[in-house]
Design a protein around this ligand. Structure first.
Ligand code: SAM
Length: 288
């Protein structure tokens, strides 16, 4: 939803922005195109490999001087921004979750279409908890809780039981097969893959995604100048609920004004080009 994000952020020459999930740089580079010649973007990503790819991509493009890249968790947003001299910014963007690169190239078990080790960490150097550890060592009760709460999976109990019974699970295929055995055949014929919610739940648990978002949103508000905008793209209802509630509370306090009464959804063309975008919801608010 690059065009929609740009329309709301509306970068002007000289303004500084923070992209908390810079990934492959799609949004950040588009902002740099508009805030030239002196505006900067602080690009944060917890994944060292995706950041390395982006560094190579921007080398010798002229953007590298105005794109400051930091490998860190956005849960540390305020400290990172302060260290890099981004204390009063015109916009903060979160494009949550994982990128296509994670699914297609990382080799870390994010995709149920691949046969890879059950890892699912954005940062294998700093995060010690893996999906393999969760499925192979957590109690039945904890597994069920993760699948129910983070996956909103109706067959959480059955899947958790089958996972415990199937130990040791080493790969994504082992996990997909366990989910298949635990769920009824009609569940396998739906448009959404039957392992989608299980994979989502494990990824959220491994990376502590919801708690990080809850802690980062107030920090984003703190580093915005008045008139600065907060834009968040969420990919599932759990994330979106956190964003929606945060903005509602801040609007009630008179600290922010919500610019998207209803979340903005991707265009039909974008969904056709990238089917994963179908569940994206963009919410934007301006600091008063
Ligand atoms: C949907 S992608 C962003 C794509 C990006 N907007 C682009 O245009 O290429 C989300 C990115 O956020 C990163 N990420 C996820 N959780 C994070 C966290 N807590 N702190 C920093 N980065 C995080 C992931 O590594 C991933 O690269």
């Amino acid at each position: 939803m690059k065009d929609e994000v740009l329309r709301f952020l509306d970068p002007k020459p000289g303004e500084d922005f923070v992209d908390c999930t810079v990934g492959e740089g799609g949004h950040a580079l588009a902002v740099l195109e508009q805030n030239k010649p002196h505006g900067r973007v602080l690009g944060i990503d917890f994944d060292p490999d995706i950041l390395k790819n982006l560094m190579l991509k921007v080398k010798n493009t002229g953007f590298e001087k105005r794109l400051i890249l930091v490998c860190d968790n956005f849960v540390n947003l305020e400290v990172i921004a302060k260290k890099c001299g981004f204390q009063r910014v015109y916009g903060v963007l979160f494009d949550l979750g994982l990128s296509s690169w994670h699914l297609e190239e990382s080799g870390r078990g994010f995709s149920f279409w691949k046969n890879e080790p059950l890892d699912m960490r954005y940062n294998p150097r700093q995060n010690t908890l893996t999906a393999a550890e969760i499925v192979n060592t957590w109690s039945l009760k904890d597994l069920e809780r993760v699948l129910r709460i983070y996956g909103e999976e109706r067959f959480a109990r059955q899947i958790a039981k089958e996972i415990v019974k199937s130990r040791l699970l080493r790969t994504t295929v082992d996990l997909v097969m366990a989910v298949e055995r635990a769920t009824p055949s009609w569940y396998h014929r739906r448009r959404i893959h039957f392992a989608t919610k299980t994979f989502q739940a494990l990824r959220i648990a491994v990376n502590n995604e919801l708690e990080n978002l809850e802690k980062a949103l107030p920090q984003a508000l703190d580093i915005l100048c008045s008139g600065g905008k907060l834009a968040v793209i969420a990919f599932h209802s759990l994330e979106d609920r956190i964003v929606k509630n945060f903005l509602k509370v801040k609007a009630k306090e008179g600290v922010m004004k919500i610019l998207t009464k209803k979340p903005v959804r991707p265009s039909r063309e974008e969904i056709a080009e990238n089917p994963r975008a179908r569940s994206a919801k963009l919410r934007v608010a301006v600091k008063v």
